[in-house]
Design a protein around this ligand. Structure first.
Ligand code: GEK
Length: 260
């Protein structure tokens, strides 16, 4: 099928050769096809989202108070894109009441937050959800019960990652959790090569061409910088988390939960 014949929401970003210097960015073109892109590019994306309300149910302690004086649990969805994690949290699976959670959904891309705000308002008009356009490195985090960093930390320069995690550790209440999902790399070169190759097979199986796979790989170079799982757990320990566990892994993608 030619790219032109595909539906409008289908990810066609890398169907034509790009200037070698083009860097991946979360612009209007990416926003338009984002749900399709992330579903076809991130192994286990749906499974990770589905577990968020289950984790929230266990760890939200209603330690914050909303504007109406009701006890709520504040949750940060950082690098929220179109609000997939937020929607999973407030959706029916969680079983929360409409005013139980206060969600702060943050993204640096105005194209993302504009669309996220519209989608969230349309689907969850009565929930306490604030969509904020900001760099997560600049936020003064308020006390919270849960933080979701779903595929976001990997886009920060490595030197800035500890400082953000430190701020999040400070803002979490005791008993709270940070869910950190990342693309990772393996220490062993052969293991890593196998995981990466099977990841490209996963993308091929989801309809991406060789041109799209190599185009996106080039565009993400130095934009998405991966750590190993060990580096993640060490950094989490370094900022104060007494315990962290890898609860999900699918090829070179993994999700961890850190406990305060
Ligand atoms: C999901 N969590 O659907 N501050 C705020 N946002 C940032 C920053 C920053 N410094 N850097 C990048 N972003 C989502 C998916 S996507 C993952 C997250 C992906 C934002 C960026 O604009 C983008 O929307 C998001 O992080 C990463 O569960 O596309 O691979």
């Amino acid at each position: 099928m030619s790219a032109n014949a595909l539906p409008a929401h289908y990810d066609k970003v890398f169907t034509t050769p790009l200037d070698k210097a083009s860097r991946f960015s979360f612009d209007e073109q990416v926003v338009a096809c984002f749900p399709d892109m992330i579903r076809r590019s991130v192994p286990g994306y749906g499974q990770v989202l589905a577990m968020l309300p289950i984790f929230a149910k266990r760890h939200c302690q209603f330690g914050q108070v909303n504007a109406a004086g009701k006890k709520v649990s504040r949750i940060y969805d950082l690098g929220c894109s179109l609000g997939g994690a937020t929607m999973a949290l407030v959706g029916e699976a969680g079983g929360f009441d409409i005013d139980d959670l206060q969600i702060k959904a943050v993204d640096i891309s105005p194209a993302m937050t504009t669309k996220a705000a519209a989608l969230l308002k349309e689907n969850y008009p009565k929930h306490d959800i604030d969509v904020i356009t900001a760099d997560i490195r600049d936020i003064d985090f308020k006390p919270c019960d849960m933080v979701v960093l779903n595929l976001t930390l990997q886009f920060l320069p490595p030197a800035d990652r500890t400082q953000v995690l430190q701020a999040l550790y400070q803002s979490l209440n005791t008993g709270g959790i940070l869910v950190l999902t990342e693309k990772t790399h393996a220490i062993d070169e052969q293991d890593d090569a196998w995981l990466v190759e099977r990841y490209y097979d996963f993308k091929r199986a989801n309809g991406y061409s060789e041109l799209e796979i190599s185009g996106k790989r080039n565009a993400l170079e130095n934009v998405l910088v991966t750590d190993t799982l060990d580096e993640h757990h060490q950094r989490l320990a370094q900022v104060g988390f007494a315990r962290s566990v890898t609860w999900f892994q699918f090829l070179n993608f993994a999700s961890m939960v850190a406990f305060k």
